[in-house]
Design a binder for this molecule. Structure first.
Ligand SMILES: Cc1ncc(COP(=O)(O)O)c(C=O)c1O
Length: 404
């Protein structure tokens, strides 16, 4: 995804920027240094980079052969949603009644698809009343709920969520909990066909998928499901899973993913509507957490953010985020590097992030650390455990990735 960061790609997007920070009360700064200078607080600072989000959206809108929906759960911040809208994203994959209400509030007129395979009945009703017509299911029980709560509507697009075989090259599996098996799919598709104005198939290859061919294999798997049922399929939604860049994880160019999907979809589902629900790839680069070092003990840094804040994946999946030091006193950068472990602010021993995170050897109390790539699955994961949380979010108009 080299092309979405900094440089020439950004030249294409500034025109959308005036609409991009409409979130009430979201301060905008020209640089991160300015934002930190204004942050007189003991809380971490969440930083959004709207230009990077807009550039990632443009990459998808221009390169993906189908329709791009944003998976709201990945970063539901109103400024993120507005930025994506301003960049041209018109449809959103929602997982709950609250996400539907949020989209209605922030972006009236946006399209929504309720792609969570297990939904409360009240949420299905609320979704239908809100104009949602696309719903996912992976069981006969859920199909009955959707049909019942929408009053047997004749304008539904029903997506059967399939589990995809393991080993698809993704860092986080997303078929362990949801998704019909190939054997179970035939009956579900036959049951849904007469109820659906449009019948679709969907899957999630797993998040941070490092292998473009995983999509081609999943599309072939979906074809086998449709053939097994002997029913016509109208739509194919290839889900999320598109990768971003992290230390030690450099995916191939996004164009290879788009090409693999386009050719597999043309071969197996000619004439079908094609959709994707990227989350991470649209917003990871567009957000950071700035955490402050409260104490240093050897190579252990105790921060004001951690696994109960925006660093959930760093703690629970040993996810290695890029980190850079912003010295408290503006001292010259120390040339020598050190490898660090992070600890969060709560009393829980699990509030630790092994990393290792690479930072200058002289990191110490009072220094700030910008932890990058946290526009996805960052701020949205934060709790209020132990009274440590932050309401401080700013936008920084500095599109180029700095110092990671
Ligand atoms: C149904 C669905 N679609 C899309 C996504 C976004 O996935 P990613 O961030 O890997 O693109 C998720 C993530 O959990 C999901 O559950």
């Amino acid at each position: 995804m080299q092309q979405v960061i900094g440089g020439p790609a950004l030249a294409a997007v500034p025109s959308i920027l005036p609409d991009a920070y409409g979130a009430p009360g979201l301060p905008v700064f020209a640089s991160l240094d300015e934002a930190l200078a204004a942050h007189d607080s003991d809380d971490p600072l969440f930083v959004l980079y709207p230009q990077r989000i807009a550039a990632a959206a443009e990459l998808f809108l221009n390169g993906f052969a189908g329709h791009t929906m944003f998976a709201v759960k990945v970063n539901p911040h109103p400024a993120v949603l507005r930025t994506l809208w301003a960049a041209g994203v018109r449809d959103f994959d929602v997982a709950s009644a609250r996400e539907i209400a949020l989209i209605q509030d922030i972006l009236p007129g946006a399209g929504m698809a309720f792609m969570h395979p297990v939904k409360p009945r009240r949420a299905i009703r609320a979704a239908y009343e809100a104009g949602v017509r696309a719903f996912a299911f992976d069981s006969a029980e859920e199909l009955r709920k959707i049909i019942g709560e929408t009053g047997g509507a004749d304008d539904l697009t029903l997506y059967l969520r399939l589990a995809v075989p393991a080993g698809g090259g993704a860092l986080m599996d997303l078929s362990g909990k949801f998704g019909a098996s190939l054997e179970g799919a035939a009956e579900l598709l036959r049951a849904a066909r007469p109820m659906a104005a449009k019948l679709g198939l969907t899957f999630h290859v797993g998040s941070q998928c490092m292998d473009p061919d995983a999509y081609a294999r999943a599309i072939a798997h979906a074809r086998a499901a449709a053939d097994g049922a002997g029913v016509a399929v109208d739509a194919l939604d290839v889900g999320g899973g598109f990768p971003s860049r992290y230390p030690g994880m450099e995916p191939v160019d996004m164009g290879e993913y788009f090409a693999a999907i386009e050719s597999a979809a043309a071969a197996h589902f000619p004439g079908c509507a094609l959709m994707a629900e990227p989350g991470r790839a649209l917003v990871a680069e567009g957000g950071s957490t700035c955490a402050r070092i409260e104490l240093r003990r050897g190579r252990d840094l105790f921060l004001n953010d951690g696994s109960y804040g925006s660093l959930y994946d760093a703690a629970n999946f040993a996810w290695r985020y890029p980190a850079r030091l912003i010295a408290r006193d503006g001292r010259a950068e120390c040339e020598e590097a050190g490898e660090y472990r992070f600890f969060g602010p709560t009393c829980d021993s699990a509030d630790r992030m092994e990393g290792p995170f690479s930072l200058p050897a002289d990191a110490g109390e009072g220094d700030w650390i910008e932890i990058g790539q946290l526009g996805a699955y960052g701020q949205t994961m934060a709790t209020r455990f132990n009274g440590y949380y932050s309401d401080a979010t700013v936008a920084v108009l500095d599109g180029a990735r700095q110092g990671f």
